[in-house]
Design a protein around this ligand. Sequence first.
Ligand code: HEM
Length: 412
Amino acid sequence: MSLREDVLRLDEGFFQDPYALYDELRETGPVRQVLMPQGVYAWLVTRYADARAALADPRLSKDVAAAGTLMQTNREPGSRRPEFGGELAAHMLNMDPPDHTRLRKLVNRAFTARGIEPMRARVQQITDGLLDALAERGEVDLIAEFAFPLPMTVICELLGVPDADRESFRGWTSTVTSTAPFEQIQAAGMAMAEYLVKLLAHKRTAPGDDLLTALIETSEDGDRLSEVELVSMTFLLLLAGHETTVNLISNSVLALLRNPEQLAALRADPGLLPGAIEEFLRYEGPINLATMRYTTEPVDFDGIEVPANEFVLVSLGAANRDPERFPEADRLDVARAPSAHLAFGHGIHYCVGAPLARMEGEIALGSLLRRFPDLALAGDPVELVWRESTIVRALDTLPVRLSATPIDPVEV
Ligand code: HEM
């Protein structure tokens, strides 16, 4: 059989509910060839042990600059997809050592638990401000009104990005992480690149006590950070700093509202919150599929050989529901023992923003639950739409009822 004959198409149904397919694949084809909606062939890894090993395997490269021709050979004939490369792509998540190591070092310290601790009071203040503005409202889209503006404001303040343009930025980032048509992704990428170049030029004339100013100063020594790397780094931090945490907040709220006994347990014992955040990350984490890697030589996964020069997609969502690793993996359990989930990845690309995301998640969830004891889903949860993205596990909107007016319990 030729390499491309037994290929599984990742379609609309997969994005709305990937878990049924994951259950089947972990059993029958744990490393399986798939065709992504963008027309790219890849090998999908679904078991926890394989996923963890793949994420730390140096034979799986993320060196995008060297991957250009692979996009041609691993693509469905006639399909179009933005090329790897371009001025937003020269960032650490697209690089192997030693470039990865050099770039990561430049920002690592700013994002350690100690580095972000001074932000705690401000994150609480931003949260309280957003919740105050909701107090009088009955029904809202929790994503537009809370889950998006909170991490967006935090990462913009940390970097030193002015308030203006945040909404446009949200539109661009949700397009580039989607499976939208080629032209739309290309246009959003260009708009974003132009915006970032202007932003950095402005920052140069108006430096501040912020991370962008520090990075601009570093870039004056081009050996440490080139101009194109500076633009790409800003792009990565802005994108990764909000696209994911939005989903942590909204997916956690949805999981709780669909599991009222777990919500009650958390309300009864707020001390469970840090562990509950880890469980939300495991159960319905913000990233479904890790960013693409490719094999630089043949790689064997438990007897299944992926040839050299093939793309590999590691499913964090599938690994985190692997019953071999997590008892009753499909059950949300806010009191679950610490579980070494893979929601933040693993190995050298392990999420640099994990301490910040955890802090934001705890403050957001804790404050929201305290403030709105009658929080409930509004509308029919069956109508919730998941975004068609091969990266994020993200709802489009999350309509909720905040007010204390009596409501029918939601059956799911
Ligand atoms: C709950 C929220 C978040 C989740 C679930 C998450 C998840 C991840 C994952 C899975 C990776 C690795 C991807 C891969 O190996 O393909 C990653 C990398 C990264 N994340 Fe996050 N992230 C979150 C929040 C943040 C925040 C707030 C920032 C803020 C700066 C951030 C910045 C980054 C960066 C810069 C990388 C690349 C690291 C590298 O290549 O060494 N993330 N994240």
